[in-house]
Write a protein of this length. Structure first.
Length: 246
């Protein structure tokens, strides 16, 4: 079966780089983007230039974030996160590349420096001007006091979740680390991503071109199934559950 082949490939590999998308966190109660009921089936994305230009867009963006707070605060690592953390502790996985912003790889035991967050992190905020970090409850208090999304106390530019929006520059350092990891592994496992958002979706192909075996685990077919060595169209928790160790 697919899971047995995956087990063989994991056993044979020396360096495994997992690449994760929203599908690994759905069993933790966090919706993905493109499945029925996903975020982009309910909301139109707010592009970065709109966030910068419009107070109304910033207010809407923060209202959406606050509406999700209970979900993010309650979420605990799932079987997928825990399986990857087991392989990390076993020394097989040097780091995880993720498009997710939910902090669950860190919560599962990855050291922060071993989580490459291509799309940032939604558990804190940053000034888009000077980069000053802010806790979310600071934003919440200011929003409640003023009825509007706050600006930076240092430079007066807007404060945004520390995530990457459409139209926003990708983080340089993370792109470089993800490139190095993709080119240095012998097994690359894409987990729970539709693989439609670029440049993130370029890493599976980059790994494959550099000589790694490529595995894709996703309930639905993805854009890149045809270049994979193994495709498992199955639930992530069930597929990776057997690899949860200590
Ligand atoms: P998507 O919502 O595009 O894809 C998630 C995939 O996971 C879907 O194909 C689902 O079928 C699959 N899936 C969900 N739950 C699953 C489960 N339990 N078992 C197996 N498969 C499951 O999410 P991403 O590919 O992560 O970026 O989205 C990529 C980027 O688009 C996000 O990082 C975000 C979004 O716009 C930005 O906003 C910049
Ligand atoms: Zn600032």
């Amino acid at each position: 079966s697919g899971i047995e082949r995956l087990g063989d490939m994991i056993a044979e590999a020396r360096t495994i780089v997992p690449f994760t998308g929203a599908g690994i966190s759905t069993e933790c109660g966090i919706p993905d983007f493109r499945s029925p009921g996903g975020i982009w089936t309910r909301h139109r994305p707010i592009p970065f230039d709109e966030f910068v230009a419009s107070q109304e867009a910033r207010d809407e963006s923060w209202r959406r974030r606050f509406a999700m707070e209970e979900v993010f605060a309650a979420a605990r690592p799932g079987r997928g996160h825990r399986a990857l953390a087991s392989l990390y502790r076993a020394g097989k996985v040097p780091a995880v590349i993720t498009q997710n912003i939910d902090n669950l790889h860190q919560a599962s035991g990855f050291a922060p420096e071993h989580v490459v967050e291509l799309h940032g992190n939604t558990t804190y905020a940053r000034c888009i001007g000077c980069g000053q970090a802010y806790p979310l409850d600071w934003v919440r208090r200011r929003f409640d006091d003023d009825g509007t999304a706050p600006n930076c106390t240092a430079c007066d530019k807007p404060v945004k979740t520390a995530t990457i929006s459409f139209g926003q520059m990708m983080p340089d350092n993370e792109m470089q680390r993800a490139t190095a990891l993709s080119q240095a592994c012998d097994l690359f496992i894409a987990i729970g991503s539709s693989l439609v958002v670029w440049p993130a979706a370029g890493f599976p192909m980059m790994a494959k071109r550099a000589g790694a075996r490529l595995v894709i685990i996703n309930r639905e077919p993805t854009e890149q199934d045809d270049i994979a060595d193994l495709v498992i169209h199955h639930d992530i928790g069930e597929t990776l559950g057997p690899f949860v160790g200590n």
